[in-house]
Design a protein around this ligand. Structure first.
Ligand code: F6R
Length: 579
């Protein structure tokens, strides 16, 4: 996600901010920029990463500066869309983390009043709104503008002629750091920690005015006291939000990721090509491929749209006869096999849709239309929150195609994720950690969840794990079942409950340690299993999400118990840009 950092104090403001932006790099970004205020206001910004050397900030003199690392949401990553953004006069500079949900309306109104926009971002409206009311008092101008903004923001603003930084927060973290002779404002504590451990966390609606030697916080125009904290965390602790690994942080981010994906999509027009799709082919790799398999069940069962799912690496060399819409699903938007598969689909004149997390990535540039997951940057190599965001996108599509059929799930599924996060998996981890092989089984849409559970287990813990459609075990893999081979089985109410229960009994007869994910009050499964994990909301689509979270946590804690390098498993890369 984007990061903001501001500094006011000594004369090296721009270089302190540039160093601070480097500390925010872990949040993921595609461009960066700085505005510094001395006698005049100077801006430097650029697409790409902050170079080790060669980014010239000598022109950025002044003792106040604000900076930004951008993770594109509105407009592709390029120099123009990078923050800071300026008003028409070039006297006001703004950086922003969050989303201004009503920016399109505001932009139209501002254009009608003669404002010229340079970027495609939502943020630029803030600079122009401030311009309209600025009369030499920046805090007053920012306070006057905030009621017009709907959405989330951590904003930092500078104005030529006003020697202060103004910071404002709504639903997006903003921390003020208090040094001996300097003040800081940032999206999190990371860039502040090396300067001071004295911090104040702003609350929603707060506006902080940072002058060289004083900070004043108001809310709704009235001064407020916010408690100062002395932070003891290390920089590394803060980067992971207190979690020991990014994977765990990203798993815990999922209730918010799900809700944010849904919120963002509901504000968008669905591309016509999906509404008109009579037949769909989906291409993806790895975790995104497993998500695509869930999508197929949803499309076929709920919308009666025939769907075919192909691993992109196979599709490339053995393309099926193509007809209808081709959808590529990719967190990174850079996976070579998925990109090539979409190129081939285009060459065969099929309409193409990308479902992607990274805005401006290669796959989005290629496809006819794109939908975004809005999951924020995924740092851990093992994909977790992007899978949940992908499911949110699919549910939204089905909901639109079927006139509100999934509205309840879209509004409530984050609760199932939250409940799953609270489960104690210690007995299940004890059962897995000494195993050399583990099977994961499910039926219907829970079969891809089993595949994903096995993938998470093998890539993070290095324990050999296989996902199977439960009925397939007896066609060969049964030969491997033994008291040393745990099976993780998902057994939910519904049409296949009876047959799944029989499969589980057959496994039990082979002495297999059984970890069963089932409905809370399922006595039979509680008795037969060695470890029973109650699935929050087992019966509904929310069960898919809670089972996913349990699989992720089981893999994570097993890998942790084994001391693995969880965020960077051996031999793996986050973005696979080679075939
Ligand atoms: C597994 C994992 C990979 C990716 C795969 C596709 O945890 O991360 O299997 O899912 O490399 O990546 P994207 O979705 O970026 O195309």
């Amino acid at each position: 996600m984007c990061g903001v950092f501001g500094y006011i104090g000594g004369p090296r403001a721009a270089s302190i901010v540039l160093e601070g932006l480097r500390k925010l790099e872990y949040r993921g970004y595609d461009s960066f920029g700085i505005a510094a205020l001395g006698k005049t206001l100077h801006v430097a910004k650029r697409q790409g990463r902050i170079p080790e050397e060669g980014f010239d900030i000598r022109g950025l003199a002044g003792n106040a500066a604000i900076g930004h690392t951008r993770w594109a949401t509105h407009g592709v990553p390029n120099d123009t869309n990078a923050h800071p953004h300026l008003d028409c006069t070039g006297k006001i500079a703004v950086v922003h983390n969050g989303v201004i949900e009503n920016f399109a309306v505001l932009k139209r109104q501002l254009q009608e009043r003669g404002h010229r926009f340079l970027s495609d971002t939502d943020t630029e409206v803030i600079a122009h709104l401030i311009e309209e009311v600025y009369e030499g008092d920046l805090p007053a101008a920012v306070n006057a503008v905030l009621p017009a903004l709907e959405g989330s923001y951590a904003i930092l603003a500078l104005a030529k002629g006003d020697k202060r930084i103004v910071a404002a927060r709504n639903r997006s973290t903003l921390v003020i750091g208090i040094g001996d002779d300097a003040l800081f404002a940032a999206s999190d504590m990371t860039p502040i920690l090396e300067h001071t451990r004295r911090m104040v966390v702003l609350e929603d609606g707060d506006v902080a005015t940072l002058a060289p030697a004083s900070v004043c916080i108001t809310n709704g125009g009235a001064p407020v006291d916010r408690e100062e904290e002395i932070v003891q965390w290390s920089v590394e602790d803060v980067r992971k939000g207190g979690f020991r690994h990014f994977m765990l942080k990203e798993i815990f981010d999922q209730p918010a990721v799900f809700s944010e994906a849904v919120r963002a999509l509901r504000n968008e027009e669905l591309p016509g090509i999906i509404r008109d799709a009579g037949r769909v082919t989906i291409v993806a790799c790895g975790t995104s491929y497993h998500a695509a398999l869930v999508f197929r069940y949803l499309l076929e069962e709920k919308c009666r749209v025939p769907a075919r799912v192909e691993p992109a690496s196979e599709f490339r060399y053995y393309p099926p006869p193509l007809e209808g819409l081709v959808i590529g699903i990719s967190q990174s938007g850079e996976t070579a096999d998925t990109l090539t598969a979409l190129q081939m689909a285009k060459a065969r004149a099929c309409p193409t849709l990308a479902i992607v997390n990274v805005v401006g990535s290669s796959i989005t540039r290629l496809a006819d239309a794109s939908l975004f997951m809005n999951a924020g940057p995924e740092i851990s190599v093992a994909a977790t929150k992007s899978f949940v965001a992908e499911l949110a996108v699919f549910l939204h599509l089905v909901d639109v195609l079927k006139g509100g059929a999934c509205a309840y799930e879209l509004d409530s599924a984050h609760l199932a994720i939250e409940e799953a996060l609270l489960l104690d998996l210690t007995p299940a981890v004890a059962c897995c950690r000494d195993a050399t092989d583990i099977f994961f089984v499910g039926r219907g849409p829970f079969y891809p969840i089993a595949l994903e559970g096995a993938l998470k287990m093998k890539e993070t813990s290095y324990i050999h794990a296989e996902g199977y459609a439960a009925g397939e075990l007896k066609h060969g893999p049964f030969a491997l079942l033994s008291p040393e081979t745990p099976v993780v089985a998902i057994c939910v109410p519904g049409e296949t409950y009876g047959v799944m229960a029989s499969n589980i009994r057959e496994m039990k007869a082979r002495g297999t340690p059984l970890i069963v994910l089932g409905q809370k009050d399922d006595r039979d499964m509680q008795e037969i299993s060695d470890v029973f994990i109650p699935l929050p909301f087992a019966e509904s689509i929310a069960g898919l999400l809670s089972a996913t979270v349990i699989m992720q946590l089981l893999a994570y804690h097993t890998a942790d118990a084994l001391g693995r390098d969880i965020d960077r498993p051996r031999n793996l890369a986050k973005s696979v840009t080679v075939e």
